[in-house]
Ligand binder design. Structure first.
Ligand SMILES: C[S@@+](CC[C@H](N)C(=O)[O-])C[C@H]1O[C@@H](n2cnc3c(N)ncnc32)[C@H](O)[C@@H]1O
Length: 382
């Protein structure tokens, strides 16, 4: 019985043999020749290969390498790759342990771990444990990252803790990928099986610990139509991801058009509003919109794109605003009552709730807000 299976396996393997990297040692330091200079994405434990084939198809400007320890499964993955007709996908038959012998430091741009085995009694074998994280750290190129999906909440929490303990920076995390706005990429076989049973899928994206230089930040006054266009684009991205869970898609679309479209921002600027665009290393990362009144500064908008949150950029924009508000009594703003993250940020900066207001903004929508105020030094008597 075992002999027959093996014979069959051999025949199947030989049919898809050009997919297999038979001498991965020889590829070390030469992956860019094989990939045609495209970034290498490495999936470890690819199983039957749906994710690898789908990812290669979706990202033709990358080169996907899928590693799998189990030959019986690997053959199915290679057959799936053939069926998908993708040219940018190769396989390595290996234990993850050996990957350091096949890739030189910095040769991999992204590592995917999808539904890795949990090894409940052998934490040292978990692919998200210290030993492997050290390996991934050395393989990843500058700007490289690890993406991990799992149905197993225990393994996921354990892995998150390991990553944080070892200085990885978690950029995105969710305990219910399919209900979130995050993009977990192509569905894997296990993902489909678990989610069809109603099990939520955990997902995170993390950057390795590296000695990072301070990113270069700029706050640019928004004046030209091109600047306004950039703010509107950023607003759309931020508002859709941040406000959809709070106020729903329809209201977000309505509010974007009414308050943050190119024409709306143009009109606001013409009527005395001031916008500043925050860039981090040249990327648009956030923006602030304000209106100076006789006694107070109205902080109309202050937003930071998701991947730049938690790094003090909101504070940086507030500091700049406080400097620009010299001579005024206070800065005030309205904030959605359920926007817990932002409420906490403003409270931590010394803003206090002075009132609450329900505003009819048309279209059948209302805004249910607190009014926050920050008293500025030197004008307490006014
Ligand atoms: C639970 S399955 C998940 C398969 C696939 N990633 C998915 O999401 O559908 C885990 C896969 O990882 C492979 N695997 C486990 N340990 C491995 C290791 N140390 N090196 C390479 N592959 C491994 C297993 O053989 C199996 O195919």
């Amino acid at each position: 019985m075992r002999m027959r299976k093996k014979k069959n396996l051999e025949a199947r393997l030989s049919r898809v043999s050009e997919r297999l990297v038979t001498d991965p040692h020889a590829c070390k330091r030469h992956w860019s020749e094989l990939s045609g200079g495209r970034p290498v994405l490495l999936e470890i434990g690819c199983g039957k290969g749906r994710f690898a084939a789908g990812t290669a198809k979706a990202l033709p400007d990358t080169f996907v390498v899928a590693a799998e320890i189990e030959e019986n499964v690997l053959v199915m993955a290679m057959e799936a790759a053939d069926a998908a007709g993708v040219e940018n996908l190769r396989f390595i038959h290996t234990d993850a342990e050996a990957l350091g012998a096949y890739f030189a430091p910095g040769e991999v741009s992204r590592i995917y771990l999808n539904f890795s085995d949990p090894w409940p009694k052998s934490p040292s074998r978990r692919l998200t444990g210290e030993r492997f994280l050290g390996l991934y750290e050395s393989l990843l190129a500058e700007g490289g990252e690890l993406r991990f999906k799992s149905d197993n909440r225990y393994l996921f929490d354990w892995s998150e803790e390991e990553l944080r303990r070892l200085g990885w920076r978690i950029e995105e995390i969710t305990h219910d990928l399919h209900a979130s706005v995050l993009d977990g990429g192509v569905m894997t076989e296990y993902e489909e099986r678990f989610s069809s049973m109603g099990t939520p899928i955990n997902y995170l994206r993390a950057l390795p610990p590296e000695v990072r230089r301070e990113p270069k930040t700029e706050l640019l006054p928004v004046t030209s139509p091109e600047d306004i266009e950039r703010v509107a684009r950023l607003a759309e991205q931020i508002w859709r991801e941040h406000f959809t869970p709070l106020i729903g898609k329809a209201q977000v679309a309505y509010m974007l058009d009414k308050f943050q479209s190119t024409h709306a921002i143009t009109e606001q600027i013409a009527s005395g509003y001031e916008y500043r665009l925050l860039t981090v290393d040249g990327e648009d990362a956030g923006y602030i919109g304000t209106h100076r009144e006789e006694e107070r500064m109205f902080l109309s908008k202050l937003y930071v794109a998701r991947r730049y949150r938690g790094r003090g950029y909101a504070g940086l924009m507030l500091d700049d605003l406080i400097r620009r508000s010299e001579g005024l009594r206070s800065i005030y703003l309205t904030c959605n009552k359920h926007n817990d993250g932002s409420l906490a940020v403003y409270r931590a900066r010394g803003f206090e709730v002075i009132d609450s207001v329900v505003t009819d903004i048309g279209g059948g929508f209302v805004m249910d807000d607190y009014i926050f105020e920050l008293k500025l030094p030197g004008r307490d008597d006014k």
